[in-house]
Design a protein around this ligand. Structure first.
Ligand code: HEC
Length: 444
C-alpha cells in the first residue's frame, strides 16, 4: 500500500465509522483488515458475490481417519489423488453452492490476500504464448481461489489469532490438514481446445471495465499434510487438470478433471547431467498421457520451448506453473522474514525458480527437501509450505510498515509491543491527534 493510499484509507475509515474523528487503535484496524479482501465492488449483474470465511476453529479435534490414508501414495498416486478429490466433492454443501463457503463450518479462506470480489480469486502466474496449447496467445491471465479444511484452518487461525501480531511460529500444520485450489483461466476453448465443456465462472479481473470476464476451470491443486511424507517434506502436493480429450464436450463433468501429477519430495539430486542420461524424478509421479501431450504436442522445440516438461527436469508441476520450478519446491519457500522488506529484496532472496543456466549447486539448493519447521532461509521462520500464509503475512507487514510511517497517527519504532505493553502503547497512541490527510489516493 502506498503512502497516500494509507491516508485515504484512514480518512475513509474515520468518516464512515464515527461522527467525530476518533482514531481507531491499531488492533481495531488490523482486525478490520483481516476481514477485508477486495477494494472494489462486484459488478451489479454478477452471478454471485464472494464472502470470506475466516472464522477459524479455535480447537483441534481428534484426527478422523481420512479415506486417502488407506492408500500408499508412492504405489497408487492416482488412487490417492482421487480419494482426496472424492472427499472434497462429497461435501455437497460446498459443491452445490459452487464453492461459496461463507456459512460453511467446514471450509475456510486465508486472510490478507488481494482478491477479486465475485469468487475471491487471486491473480496467479500468467501463461506465456503456447504454454497451454500451440498458438494460445501470450499473457493469458489465470486466477485461483483456495480453501483449507478444518485442520488446516486451525493452524491458519493460530497464526492470525492476534490480527495485529501474526504468530508465525504457530505455522505447523497437523496431520490431515488439507488445502485445495481451483484455478481458472481466461483462455477460451477455442484457444485451448481441451477446455471445451469446462466449468465457467465469472470474475471481475479487469477492474476498470465494469464487466466480468468468463473464466474456465483448468487446474485443481491439492496439498495434504501426511505423516507418511515425513521422511522428506511432510506434504503431498498434486494437481488435476480439466481435460476433454474429444475437444467437443458441452457439459462440465468432474470426471474430466483428471490426475496429472503427485509429489512428496523435490528430487534434489536430479541435475542436468543425470537428466540428460535419462534419469527421471523418483519422488513424484506424472500421468503419461498428459506428460506426453505436453512433451510431444505443446512444449516442443519446434514450438520454441527449451523443456518439454511441466516442472524442471520432469518434476511435478501444473500447466500454469513456472516450468523451471515445481509444486513442492516453490511451496518449500514459504517463510516469514519478521519485518517488511522491499519487493526487490524478496525477489533476490526468494526466487520462484532456479535461474536459467543454474549451477548444480543452485539446483540442489532450490530443490532441497525441507521438513515443515525448516525455513528455506535460515534467518526466517518457516510457514510450513503455506504460500497463502506467506503472501498474507507479507502484506500485513507492509501495511504495518506504511502505518508506522504515519508518525502522528501511530508511531512504531520497533516491533509491535505485546500484551499489557500493547494496551499501554495504544492508550498513548489514542491521545495523539489523528493525522489529517492532505492528498487522496487509491486504497489498495
Ligand atoms: C512458482 C511458485 C509456485 C508453484 C510452482 C506452485 N505454487 Fe501453489 N501457490 C503459490 C503461491 C504464491 C500461492 C499463494 C497465493 C495464492 O494462492 O494466490 C499458492 C497457493 C497454493 C495452494 C493454497 C494453499 C497454500 O499453500 O497456500 C495450494 C493447495 C497450492 N498452491 C498447490 C500447488 C500445487 C499442487 C502445485 C503444483 C501443481 C503448486 N501449488 C505449484 C505458488 C506456487
Amino acid at each position: 500500500m502506498n503512502f497516500p493510499g494509507v491516508l485515504a484509507y484512514v480518512l475513509a475509515f474515520l468518516m464512515v465509522n464515527s461522527n467525530v474523528a476518533v482514531a481507531q487503535t491499531f488492533p481495531q484496524l488490523a482486525e478490520q483488515k483481516l476481514h477485508e479482501f477486495s477494494s472494489v465492488e462486484a459488478p451489479s449483474d454478477s452471478e454471485t458475490v464472494f464472502e470470506l470465511n475466516v472464522e477459524f476453529p479455535a480447537t483441534l479435534g481428534p484426527k478422523p481417519f481420512y479415506p486417502w490414508e488407506a492408500i500408499d501414495f508412492t504405489e497408487d498416486p492416482e488412487e490417492y489423488m482421487n480419494a482426496v478429490k472424492a472427499y472434497i466433492l462429497a461435501d455437497t454443501d460446498l459443491v452445490n453452492r459452487d464453492f461459496a463457503v461463507a456459512d460453511s463450518k467446514r471450509w475456510f479462506h486465508a486472510p490478507w490476500l488481494r482478491r477479486e470480489p465475485v469468487h475471491g480469486l487471486t491473480l496467479e502466474r500468467r501463461s506465456r504464448v503456447g504454454e497451454l496449447w500451440p498458438g494460445q496467445p501470450d499473457r493469458i491471465q489465470n486466477w485461483a481461489v483456495s480453501f483449507y479444511n478444518d485442520r488446516g484452518a486451525y493452524t491458519v487461525g493460530q497464526v492470525w489469532e492476534d490480527p495485529a501480531a501474526p504468530n508465525t511460529e504457530a505455522a505447523r500444520f497437523p496431520i490431515g490438514a488439507l488445502g485445495f485450489k481451483l484455478l481458472f483461466t481466461e483462455a477460451t476453448d477455442e484457444q485451448v481446445p481441451y477446455l471445451s465443456g469446462s466449468k465457467t465462472w465469472e470474475a471481475y479481473i479487469d477492474q476498470t471495465s465494469g464487466q466480468n470476464t468468463e473464466m474456465r476451470l483448468l487446474q485443481f491443486d491439492i496439498a495434504v499434510r501426511d505423516s507418511r511424507a515425513d521422511a522428506l517434506t511432510g506434504w503431498v502436493f498434486g494437481t488435476f487438470m480439466y481435460f476433454d480429450k474429444t475437444h467437443q464436450e458441452t457439459d462440465f463433468s468432474w470426471d474430466n478433471v483428471i490426475p496429472v501429477t503427485l509429489a512428496w519430495g523435490s528430487d534434489p539430486d536430479l541435475l542436468q547431467l543425470n537428466y540428460n542420461a535419462g534419469a527421471t524424478p523418483q519422488e513424484s509421479w506424472t500421468n503419461d498421457e498428459i506428460g506426453n501431450l505436453f512433451a510431444e504436442v505443446i512444449r516442443t522445440k519446434e514450438n520454441g520451448f527449451d523443456s518439454p516438461h511441466l516442472g524442471l527436469f520432469g518434476r511435478a508441476n501444473g500447466p500454469v506453473d513456472n516450468p523451471r520450478s515445481s509444486c513442492v519446491a516453490c511451496h518449500g519457500r514459504a517463510i516469514d522474514l519478521g519485518e517488511a522488506r522491499s519487493d526487490e529484496y524478496w525477489k533476490e532472496v526468494l526466487p520462484f525458480a532456479p535461474s536459467v543456466g543454474a549451477s548444480d549447486f543452485e539446483i540442489q539448493w532450490f530443490f532441497r527437501n525441507l521438513s515443515p519447521d525448516e525455513p528455506f532461509l535460515h534467518e526466517a521462520v518457516s510457514l510450513d509450505y503455506s504460500l497463502q500464509l506467506q503472501v498474507g503475512v507479507r502484506r500485513f507487514r507492509n501495511w504495518q510498515d506504511s502505518l508506522t510511517s504515519l508518525g502522528a497517527f501511530i508511531s512504531y519504532n520497533a516491533a509491535v509491543p505485546k500484551g499489557d505493553e500493547l494496551q499501554e502503547y495504544l492508550d498513548r497512541v489514542n491521545q495523539v491527534e489523528p493525522f489529517i490527510p492532505e492528498r487522496g489516493g487509491a486504497v489498495e
